[in-house]
Ligand binder design. Structure first.
Ligand SMILES: [Zn+2]
Ligand SMILES: [Zn+2]
Length: 81
C-alpha cells in the first residue's frame, strides 16, 4: 500500500470565486466579524485585527468576536404576498 505523502498540506481556506480577503488578497474571505457582520476578511487577518485593534477596518465597529462565515445564503426574499 502506498502512502500519499503529497496530501500533507495544512488545510487552508481555498480561494472561492466569490471574494478575497480585503487585507491580504491571498485567502478567501471566509470570516465574519461580530457584531457588524462584515465578511471581507480571511480568518488570519480577522484574528490579527481582532487582537490588534479589535475594530472592523470597514466600519470601525468594535469587534466582539470572529466567526466563520458560511457560504452566504442565496439572497432570498421570502415575501408573502
Ligand atoms: Zn487575509
Ligand atoms: Zn464592519
Amino acid at each position: 500500500m502506498l502512502w500519499d505523502l503529497s496530501n500533507k498540506t495544512v488545510p487552508e481556506p481555498e480561494a472561492t470565486p466569490g471574494e478575497e480577503c480585503a487585507i491580504c488578497f491571498c485567502h478567501a474571505a471566509n470570516t465574519c466579524l461580530v457584531p457588524c457582520g462584515h465578511t471581507h476578511f480571511c480568518s488570519y487577518c480577522a484574528w490579527r485585527v481582532f487582537r490588534d485593534t479589535a475594530k472592523c477596518p470597514v466600519c470601525r465597529w468594535q469587534i466582539e468576536a470572529v466567526a466563520p462565515a458560511r457560504h452566504p445564503p442565496a439572497l432570498r426574499t421570502e415575501e408573502r404576498s
